[in-house]
Design a protein around this ligand. Structure first.
Ligand code: DQA
Length: 143
């Protein structure tokens, strides 16, 4: 099974950025642990601060190249109709993920442009949100 994690803007700064909200671990070190927890899953990782690059990666992976996508679109979650359209266009199931509980934060973060085109949403469990999304994908993907 092949799963692609796509992280959006500012998530390259995990571990450094607002640690009270996002924690003090960088994503690369978390990813190592995640990969060792799921040796049977081939976990690809892509991060970009650019909306178009995220869309390009959704197109590239979303037609059979990967079995499932875990997407933390960062702030684009709340603004990007273009990312929502890309998710709607592809075949691969996409799980929307957030490290923080966006519903317990500022009102502008309560609205997601992408939830309605994602298979499900996981938010608020810190970096463990990614593992929970992989767990969900392993249940819904039947190879
Ligand atoms: C986030 C929540 C977003 O509101 C924010 O813009 C992010 C990270 C999260 O993982 O909690 O960049 O997606």
């Amino acid at each position: 099974m092949n799963i692609t994690i796509i992280n959006g803007p500012n998530l390259n700064l995990l571990g450094v950025r607002e640690p009270g909200i996002y924690g003090s671990e960088g994503f690369e070190s978390y990813l190592k642990r995640l990969r060792s927890q799921y040796p049977e899953v081939d976990i690809e990782y892509f991060q970009s601060n650019h909306e178009g690059e995220i869309i390009d990666r959704l197109h590239e992976t979303g037609f059979g190249k990967t079995d499932g996508i875990v997407l933390n679109a960062g702030a684009y979650t709340h603004t990007s109709l273009a990312i929502a359209d890309a998710i709607a266009a592809i075949n691969t199931p996409v799980i929307e993920v957030h490290i923080s509980n966006v519903h317990a934060r500022e009102e502008i973060r309560h609205r997601s442009m992408i939830s309605n085109v994602c298979r499900g949403v996981i938010a608020g469990f810190g970096l463990d949100s990614y593992r929970l999304a992989i767990e969900a994908l392993t249940q819904i993907i039947h190879l």
